[in-house]
Design a protein around this ligand. Structure first.
Ligand code: SF4
Ligand code: SF4
Length: 436
């Protein structure tokens, strides 16, 4: 299977077949979880429990401190042992809450469920805020924020595209819980106060499209339609998907063109919260790549350490030091220096690949990176501006518009880390903006 890219008809091996036909495995840590406080831009939290407290699955542990605060709930039952700084997929050590598991694994309702059929818009948004649910598409942005002001919104897009190679977590969790998924979509439809909902699924997953269609019919869910989208990369990027499904463009945020986008797993979490009072505690995560002996999807508690999951799955094909471990997929994910990171609330994949260290060569000005950039940027020029430390040029070339899809690096025949350079440009411009 392959993904067809942009104007140059470039193929990327999808390798979804490694995991999409086998059942997801449910795993539990033997002793300890380390629940990250960090999510998206949030690094601090008010901890609500004391060392030595017994907590259950669903106990509120903390409230994040940010402009958009959300609570963090426990994913296991056991004894809270305090906080520790540990490796994290943000590539910096971050604060984690440590819980030693007990043998009982008791659960409690994290909050009372809410009858969404009769609830007002304000009640639904306030409820969502208290669920602690953050977007499962990668950025980890609190879900309630998108729904606070829906006056100009007329369309909800559910992103079930999953265009990154190797990752099948969304596919798996919808196939396992299609009824809950459609309930979640209906709840989000009501909270967005829209009639039109489009669920984007790649045409290469006709089984998933049929399955969702049948459930929409069974539920008699008016206004909700599943749309097959081309199997191209990066079709799952918000901007590309909105363009394909609605023919609309926006500058900074989808709300500007009347659209809210949520990921498929977010919809499932929303349904569990509204209908059962469950907080985000377990996650579907794809563990895949040629570096693993047995690639598979897993459901694991938030905070379980990656090395322990891989050990329970049968391990690496060779020493981890010789492999490339990526949090996320190979295109948009970040290479990790340690497998001691734990599963965070927005993580959907760990990809382990054989390490192919190509030597970076001189740019041959072939223009492939520009021809493939879905944002219409000239990545090579931004990359050159980074090398010259020229922030004015980085800004002029629109570095901040980059969606970090990874295509420019993928297509570069000189093996230049173009995406990484564009990321550096974004960081430089962000720091410059903060200093103003
Ligand atoms: S990573 Fe950024 S610059 Fe490179 S192709 Fe993707 S959007 Fe364009
Ligand atoms: S793809 Fe690589 S070699 Fe070609 S122009 Fe871009 S940076 Fe240069």
């Amino acid at each position: 299977m392959s993904l067809l890219l942009g104007p140059m008809v470039q193929h990327i091996p999808g390798r979804k077949d490694l995991t999409d036909h086998s059942d997801a495995k449910t795993l539990m840590p033997k002793k300890t979880v380390y629940i990250p406080v960090f999510a998206g831009p949030v690094t601090q939290a008010e901890i609500l429990v004391n060392e030595g407290d017994h907590v259950k699955v669903g106990t509120k542990l903390a409230n994040t401190k940010s402009a958009f605060p959300v609570p963090i709930y426990s994913s296991v039952s056991g004894i809270y042992k305090g906080t520790v700084k540990r490796p994290h997929n943000s590539l910096k050590p971050q604060l984690h809450m440590v819980i030693d598991l007990d043998e009982i694994q008791e659960s409690q309702q994290a909050f009372p469920p809410l009858d969404w059929h009769s609830a007002s818009h304000e009640e639904m948004v306030e409820f969502t805020k208290n669920t602690g649910i953050i977007g499962q598409g990668g950025a980890g942005f609190p879900t309630y924020v998108k729904y606070q002001n829906v006056e100009k919104i007329d369309t909800l897009v559910i992103n079930a595209v999953e265009c990154e190679p190797y990752i099948t977590a969304d596919y798996k969790c919808i196939m396992d819980s299609v009824e809950t998924f459609i309930h979640g979509v209906r709840i989000l439809q009501k909270m967005a106060e829209v009639q039109t909902v489009k669920i984007g699924v790649k045409v290469s997953h006709p089984d998933l499209i049929d399955y969702i269609k049948q459930e929409i019919t069974r539920e008699n869910a008016a206004g909700i339609e599943v749309v097959g989208v081309p199997d191209v990369y990066p079709m799952g990027a918000e901007r590309t998907l909105i363009r394909t499904l609605t023919k609309r463009e926006y500058d900074r945020l989808p709300g500007e063109c009347g659209v809210i986008v949520n990921n498929a797993e977010t919809a499932i979490l929303i349904a569990r919260a509204f209908e059962k009072g469950e907080a985000l505690s377990k996650k579907y995560v794809t563990f895949s790549g040629e570096g693993l002996k047995y690639p598979v999807n897993v459901t694991v508690p938030v905070g379980m350490v990656v090395s322990e999951i891989i050990e329970q799955l049968g391990g690496y094909i060779e020493k981890v030091e010789t492999l490339k471990l990526i949090a996320g997929g190979p295109m948009m994910g970040k290479a990790m220096v340690s497998d001691q990171i734990s599963i965070d609330r927005a993580m959907n994949a760990i990809t382990v690949l054989k390490n192919e260290n190509y030597e970076e060569m001189t740019c041959m000005r072939c223009g492939r990176c520009t021809a493939h950039c879905p944002m219409g940027l000239q990545p090579v020029r931004i990359s050159n501006a980074v090398k010259a430390n020229d922030a004015v040029e980085m800004e002029k070339r629109g570095a901040m518009l980059c969606i970090e899809c990874g295509l420019c690096t993928y297509v570069c025949p000189s093996h230049i880390q173009v995406t990484e350079n564009v990321r550096k440009a974004k960081r430089t411009l962000q720091m410059k903006a903060k200093r103003k």
